[in-house]
Design a protein around this ligand. Structure first.
Ligand code: AMP
Length: 395
């Protein structure tokens, strides 16, 4: 696996695919610069080597050229984060971009306009990728968030750099973290899967059953399992058409020696609202008209003890509707358990959309070993897929 360490960037232009798809407010100001901060170590290492950087990214989902999706809006934030002046090419390909890239001096940075202003980017168009390839001597992919897409800048462009392509620090760290959990994890290995639906996590569950010793299933997924086993789930979210599948997962887990832990009690509410009346009930006897929206105290005690015993922990998906304070306690308690176990030496990886949001919201970000920067990319990795952006560097 080639990383930045395998290259000396002195007098070289690095063409770096970064993920600067950052959120902007109505004044086009960056409201969360995490993705820019995450790319900093790669950029700084190249500049310190005496190289220059050509940064390429998408922003949002433009249809053709749309000013509101211009990467111009984020130049000042990038300059703030890196402490280096950033030049800007109004088009990510073409003569002007090539002239600017050619004129770069060691220590300089050029940012290209939004890749997705060209539909060829998402199409993975070969000629477009070739045009991009003219802008650098070494291709560096540091964008985990788009590594599951075979787009021109994330995958196709790599073939124009057969000997001169590598992973940036961020992408290398993502790959190592996933490997540390799914392949080299110190036992016992625990996966915690929460979130809304069995259907969106099924491939993940099936893949990780071969890799883990314990599996905690929480969140809305719980009720499909409980109902399939004959419990009453009231108005709780439940996928009736996935009950067979749930039973099959339980069977597979037993055959593979994986211990499954489901909530035994839940915080039930009489409506899907922060101000609903609530009661703690047995997970198998939720009254009609009530729905389970968070894990209950006995469940949390059980989960805490499983987390405490584990040496490797993967967490994807909240235990309850954490967006509402009333139903956030389970997710917070689980975060605390994972933080405690991490402090005691366990390796913990948090990944995939909503659990990352929860970890940030409740301040656990620095108390776990690694928080992944990719939602879809993380899920596809957990499903056991080889991501095209990663394969393009490896092959
Ligand atoms: P996912 O994107 O599949 O990880 O799902 C995350 C969403 O699951 C969050 O928005 C949570 O509010 C939701 N969720 C978690 N627990 C429940 C539950 N018991 N009932 C309904 N939604 C839930």
């Amino acid at each position: 696996m080639k990383t930045l360490k395998d290259f000396n960037f002195q007098d070289k232009r690095a063409l770096i695919r970064v993920d600067f798809n950052v959120p902007l407010n109505e004044n086009f100001e960056v409201t969360d610069a995490t993705r820019i901060v995450s790319a900093k170590p790669t950029i700084i290492k190249i500049l310190e080597d005496g190289g220059s950087c050509v940064l390429m990214s998408h922003l949002g989902r433009p249809k053709g050229v749309q000013a509101e999706f211009s990467l111009k809006h984020i130049i000042t934030k990038i300059e703030d984060v890196l402490g280096v002046e950033v030049k800007f090419a109004e088009n990510c390909v073409g003569e002007e971009a090539e002239a600017m890239a050619n004129a770069l001096q060691p220590g300089e940075i050029l940012l290209l306009e939004n890749l997705r202003f060209h539909e060829e980017e998402k199409q993975g168009n070969l000629e477009f990728a070739e045009k991009l390839s003219k802008l650098g001597d070494i291709y560096v992919n540091d964008a985990f968030g788009t590594a599951h897409r075979a787009h021109a800048s994330t995958t196709i462009v790599a073939q124009f750099f057969p000997e001169a392509k590598c992973f940036g620090h961020l992408l290398a760290k993502e790959i190592e973290s996933i490997k540390k959990v799914l392949e080299d994890g110190e036992k016992p290995v625990l996966a915690i899967l929460g979130g809304a639906k069995v259907s969106s996590k099924i491939t993940v569950i099936e893949n990780i059953l071969d890799k883990v010793d314990h599996l905690i299933i929480g969140g809305g997924m719980t009720f499909t399992f409980v109902k399939a086993q004959g419990g009453s789930v009231g108005e709780s979210i439940c996928e009736d058409d996935k009950m067979e599948l749930a039973l099959d997962i339980l069977k597979q887990a037993e055959a593979k020696g994986v211990k499954i832990h489901l909530p035994v009690d839940v915080v039930a509410a009489n409506s899907f609202s922060n101000d609903a009346d609530t009661q703690v009930v047995d997970v198998k006897s939720i009254p009609d008209g009530w729905q389970g929206l968070d894990a209950g105290p006995r469940s949390l005690e059980n989960f805490d003890s499983v987390v405490n015993q584990s040496k490797t922990i993967l967490w994807n998906g909240p235990l309850g509707v954490f967006e509402m304070e009333t139903f956030s306690k389970g997710t917070i308690a689980l975060g605390n358990s994972i933080a405690k176990s991490t402090k005691g030496g366990a390796f913990s990886l948090v990944g995939g959309g909503d659990s990352v949001a929860a970890v940030k919201q409740f301040g656990f970000e620095n108390k776990v070993s690694y928080v992944s920067t990719g939602g879809g990319a993380m899920l596809e990795s957990l499903e056991g897929k080889t991501l095209p952006g990663i394969a393009a560097i490896l092959n």
